[in-house]
Design a protein around this ligand. Structure first.
Ligand code: NAI
Length: 332
């Protein structure tokens, strides 16, 4: 059995964490041979609730769970961290403007970035889930200059999973038979879910979606809109934001980063833009990636139609605006 690794979950008393922690303890993310030490970070008023979460984790009686530390101290949480899930963020309250939300999150992700910089392993893998996820990841990375930028990612895997599931259901195939759906841009309603490179397996052969769908127009209209608005639809129905599906997506994101993607398949992650596809550099933009030996590479050479380009421009503009707002707060 390998040595245990330190895995941090911030927002550990919250609803996404409640679903994610079981996956981590059960070995679905880091594998059945990898014991883990859980570092559970939340704010002081949540320590009582967190105590209950720790009791439940103990009661799981799972052999891969080596040690658990509940804490409100980022330094204690991030010490020797190998993998980090940043779920905790300031929620948007009624009447709060986007810039107020960003300002509150800048403070949280500054403290966490600085603690990561000082205490985490230099090859730590960080996925930011707390919204606005892409810009929070950018801020966090800014305050952790000793950790490579590529180690900071934002989660758009829930959007990818939603898109894959919707497409599979529309085509009447099993969800595992749909691959290579891409989420471009921000984890917000400006994201662009694209099926241009998606493949569908039918009778042991893999075909582009365009060859198996009758109503291609649906892909550029209703499909895009339903994925962009799915998060809001869940909130409207459940009166709380997606949690079980968000936790599953966070696990998928980290598992693929840790273990790698399957040959011929790519997944979407918010990563620091290197200028590929004409996207402005140094924003965290969701792009298709392949992963090998715990390193991801942005998939190159995909054809971008003028329709797709217009969608990419919209979401890139929003991310540039968020970056400008965050920078304005940082300068204060
Ligand atoms: P929640 O409100 O149930 O839990 C959030 C937890 O974070 C709370 O326990 C809170 O005390 C904690 N927290 C707040 N500030 C903190 C700090 N400075 N350090 C550590 N912990 C802190 O929220 P939930 O449902 O678990 O969602 C978490 C975040 O994930 C939200 O920002 C939500 O908008 C976002 N989200 C992102 C998705 C994505 O696809 N990227 C999908 C769904 C939710």
């Amino acid at each position: 059995m390998a040595e245990p690794i330190n895995v941090v979950v911030s927002g550990a008393a919250g609803q996404i964490a409640y679903s994610l922690l079981y996956q981590l303890a059960a070995g679905t993310v880091f594998g059945q041979e990898q014991p883990i030490n859980l570092r559970l970070l939340d704010i002081p008023p949540m320590m009582g609730i967190l105590k209950g979460v720790v009791m439940e984790l103990e009661d799981l009686a799972l052999p891969l769970l080596n040690d658990i530390l509940p804490t409100a101290d980022p330094e204690a949480a991030f010490k020797d961290a190998a993998a980090v899930f940043l779920l905790g963020a300031m929620p948007r309250k009624e009447g709060m403007e986007r810039k107020d939300l960003l300002a509150a999150n800048v403070k949280i992700f500054k403290v966490q970035g600085e603690a990561l910089d000082k205490f985490a392993k230099k090859d730590v893998k960080i996925v930011v889930v707390g919204n606005p996820a892409n810009t929070n990841a950018l801020i966090c990375s800014h305050y952790a200059p000793s950790i490579p930028k590529e180690n900071f990612t934002a989660m758009t895997r829930l959007d990818q999973n939603r898109a894959q599931a919707l497409l599979a259901s529309h085509l009447g195939v099993e969800v595992s038979n749909v691959t290579n759906v891409v989420i471009w841009g921000n984890h917000s309603s400006t994201q662009y879910p694209s099926t241009a490179y998606a493949k569908v397996k039918t009778n042991n052969s893999s075909k582009p979606v365009s060859e198996v769908i009758d109503d291609e127009n649906w892909l550029n209209t209703e499909f895009v809109e339903r994925i962009q608005k799915r998060g809001a639809a869940v909130i409207a129905a459940r009166t709380m934001s997606s949690a079980m599906s968000a936790a599953k997506a966070a696990g998928d994101h980290m598992r693929d980063w840790w273990i790698g993607t399957k040959p011929g398949e790519f997944v979407s992650m918010g990563v620091t833009s290197d200028g590929s596809y004409g996207i402005p550099k140094d924003i965290i933009f969701s792009l298709p990636v392949t992963i090998k030996n715990k390193k991801y590479e942005i998939v190159q050479g995909l054809f971008i139609s003028s329709f797709a380009q217009s969608k990419l421009d919209i979401t890139a503009k929003e991310l540039e605006e968020e970056r400008a707002e965050a920078n304005a707060v940082l300068k204060q």
